[in-house]
Design a protein around this ligand. Structure first.
Ligand code: CAA
Length: 258
């Protein structure tokens, strides 16, 4: 596949997608988001891949939806075309874990893209924000929904209504990002974590992702029941036998993803 807006590579068992529109600070247009969907399909279908990383450049993860693309949209263009958001949920529906490695600006759709991933590792240079209000629009790819779930209503309102940017330290303190890493080590450290994840049993990793996501989409009782049933089903896996045998025999487990 010949991608124009992203770079797609594999690093061992990790699929790496680099957003690549440097002149526009990786602004997200339909072509880029469609390519992202295709790359995710490829990694999802590839049995050798156990974890996916999405990253940008040193200066920008993504500075938002492409404003030049949207500037003259009519309501009908936005509604019928469902522009950049039409493929957005592909990240959420991907059953393998997806980590966003964010350096520089993650604004508007860029922040929303990062939040669609399962977790965010941020460089100390990262800046998050939902500045759509300055453009006369509101966030349209999950900003008003995922941000309050991540950082709480007060901070989400503050960011969406004032358009201010939040640095990596504040983002970690408020629960938006999982780790802050010195910028020059961001990719290396993220790939290391992704490789660790990819070394575990893939079906178990998928169950964990599904179960944690349930916490956001169900009541506590329903979520606990889902977790309990999924936990029980893990005992049907050969990997459970292998994992526990390896512990007892004091050796490293060799998971077969079965
Ligand atoms: N769309 C299109 N082009 C963009 C862009 C965007 N979102 N963000 C940056 N660019 C372009 C700039 O136009 C500029 O291009 P030229 O060199 O051709 O002029 C280039 O990228 C570099 O940008 P700057 O010169 O502005 O760089 P800077 O370092 O001075 O500022 C910035 C960086 C603060 C990120 C600034 O570019 C900026 O504010 N960008 C827009 C951020 C924004 O409003 N994002 C929300 C978009 S709407 C959205 O995302 C809707 C949604 O929820 C789905």
């Amino acid at each position: 596949m010949d991608y124009q807006n992203i770079i797609v590579e594999t690093r061992g068992k990790v699929g790496l997608i680099t957003l690549n529109r440097p002149k526009a600070l990786n602004a997200l247009n339909d072509a880029l988001v469609d390519e992202l969907g295709l790359a995710l399909n490829g990694f999802e279908a590839d049995e050798n891949i156990g974890c996916i990383v999405i990253t940008g450049s040193e200066k920008a993860f993504a500075a938002g939806a492409d404003i030049t693309m949207m500037a003259n949209f009519s309501y009908m263009d936005a509604y019928k075309g469902d522009y950049i958001t039409r493929n957005w949920e592909r990240i959420k529906t991907c059953r393998k874990p997806v980590i966003a490695a964010v350096a520089g600006f993650a604004l508007g759709g860029g922040c929303e893209l990062a939040m669609s991933c399962d977790m965010i590792y941020a460089a100390d240079s990262a800046k998050f924000g939902q500045p759509e209000v300055k453009l006369g629009i509101l966030p349209g790819a999950g900003g008003t929904q995922r941000l309050p779930r991540a950082v709480g209503k007060a901070k989400a309102m503050d960011l969406c209504l004032t358009a201010r940017m939040m640095d990596a330290t504040e983002a970690e303190k408020s629960g938006l990002v999982a780790r802050v890493i010195p910028a020059e080590q961001l990719l290396e450290e993220t790939l290391k974590a992704a490789d660790t994840i990819a070394g575990f049993s893939l079906p178990v990793v998928m169950m964990i992702k599904e179960s944690v996501n349930r916490a956001y989409e169900s009541s506590l009782n329903e979520g606990l029941l889902f977790e309990r049933r999924t936990f029980h089903s893990a005992f049907a896996l050969e990997d459970q036998k292998e994992g526990m045998a390896a512990f007892v025999e004091k050796r490293k487990a060799e998971f077969k993803n079965r």
